[in-house]
Design a binder for this molecule. Sequence first.
Ligand code: 6GU
Length: 224
Amino acid sequence: MRIDIISVLPELMESPFQTSILKRAMQKGLAEVHFHQLRDWSLGKHRQIDDEPYGGGAGMIMMIEPIDKCISELKSQRAYDEVIYLTPDGETLTQKIANTLSIKENLIFLCGHYKGIDQRVRELHITKEISIGDYVLTGGELAACVLADSVIRLLPGVLNDEQSALTDSFQDNLLAPPIYTRPADYKGLKVPDILLSGNLKKIEEWQHEQALKITLEKRPDILE
Ligand code: 6GU
């Protein structure tokens, strides 16, 4: 998978891809992430990429021309499955969206800033608009990192067995059951006996029951 991320602040997104699991995914060649400084496609010596809104009002609007130039250049090099605009008014990111995107080949992420982008960019290029939740960030960069992380970790070969995505919370519309490691008794706080029993079938039943119970308590909205 290849992800091209367009932003005025690409440096904000460097470290997540240079650390741990995402770094290894890149080193193994399972994912490529390319950053594009939007100002490189700006007009004039002031490297302007935003301007005042027609009709007045507070805040600046990201101009169509630099964005169109950047996206058009990328599209001339390869076919993209989706051009995703990260914006608080987009569809809220879910595991289902991450799963769907994880089988794509080439993606563009456009990070919004200021008051947002000229409407005509949406009409011309954007195929999907994604938000990471009902709160406002200073820009789409951190959301782009969250989206990329949620997608890249699903690519075959990125996680090992122990980290398997199949047992994640949300993957089957259930939260994960409680988990324990040594010691079996810490200052009188005990691991449930069933987990020490060695009876795999009973353990799986218990874990499923616990997952149901916890989901009902904490997130009844995700239960089917
Ligand atoms: Cl994608 N962008 C911004 N600026 N704020 C957000 C967001 C995106 N998702 C949630 N809040």
